[in-house]
Design a protein around this ligand. Structure first.
Ligand SMILES: O=P(O)(O)OC[C@H]1O[C@H](OP(=O)(O)OP(=O)(O)O)[C@H](O)[C@@H]1O
Ligand SMILES: Nc1ncnc2[nH]cnc12
Length: 170
């Protein structure tokens, strides 16, 4: 499957100079969605993943079906003020701004093997914040998986020697 053919590029969104990778065109194609989810899940099938963790919002769309495919649970990282129980919070920078993510303090048990899933790796700010939240709770991040990696932003450099898997690179 050529996933690049399924992703639409919108110039100057949400700010001038940003070439936005629009995955809605891939998501609405049933065969492409299934193939993408299965390719990510297949890569981590032998890694004894306990939980998939994904950031709001596009990380939910890809992360939850990957968790379903792996037969494990899904933990959401949410934008501030959305999670109802006690949380930990981490702020981070983005390609086009800054934001923060929160996690429920009881979402992960110490030692659990975690796969982080998001649609796209850009600067790595979101993923780094996600890794820090998981590790703060005692989780072990065994892999990071993305549909898309913007290699020119060198997000991998933020992520140390963690295993990074992406389906499509720009
Ligand atoms: O590597 P980074 O520079 O951190 O950028 C990548 C993040 O940016 C996008 O999310 P966004 O915050 O736009 O939120 P959304 O999923 O709610 O659209 C994307 O879904 C990743 O989570
Ligand atoms: N260029 C981009 N396209 C889509 N989502 C993004 N998130 C961060 N940078 C992005």
């Amino acid at each position: 499957m050529n996933f690049k053919d399924k992703i639409r590029i919108i110039p100057d969104f949400p700010k001038p100079g940003i070439r936005f990778k629009d995955i809605t065109t891939l998501l609405r194609d049933g065969q492409a969605l299934r193939a993408a989810v299965q390719e990510i899940a297949n890569r981590f099938r032998d890694e004894k993943i306990d939980l998939v963790v994904g950031p709001e919002a596009r990380g939910f769309v890809i992360g939850t079906p990957v968790a379903y495919e792996l037969g494990c649970g899904f933990v959401p990282l949410r934008k501030p003020g959305k999670l109802p129980a006690e949380t930990a919070k981490m702020e981070y920078g983005l390609e086009y701004g800054k934001d923060a993510l929160e996690i429920h303090l009881d979402a992960i048990q110490p030692g659990q093997r975690i796969l982080l899933v998001d649609d796209l790796l850009a600067t790595g700010g979101t993923t780094r914040a996600a890794v820090e939240l998981v590790e703060k709770l005692g989780g072990q991040v065994v892999g990071l998986a993305f549909l898309i990696e913007l290699t020119y932003l060198e997000g991998r450099k933020q992520l140390g020697d963690k295993e990074v898997f992406s389906l499509v690179q720009y």
